[in-house]
Write a protein that binds this ligand. Sequence first.
Ligand SMILES: [Zn+2]
Length: 48
Amino acid sequence: MKCDLCKQEIEETFLHKIKGSYVKADGKKKVVCSECQRKYKDEVKAKF
Ligand SMILES: [Zn+2]
């Protein structure tokens, strides 16, 4: 799975949880890595 912002591959834990989070933007589910999450915080949605 790739981050929709930086396009980097997102690591998954052994339970198949991603090291990042899902953001709903434009009615679509986007994936954001923890790095971008930290970088953009509440502005993440506005980036899409
Ligand atoms: Zn990212």
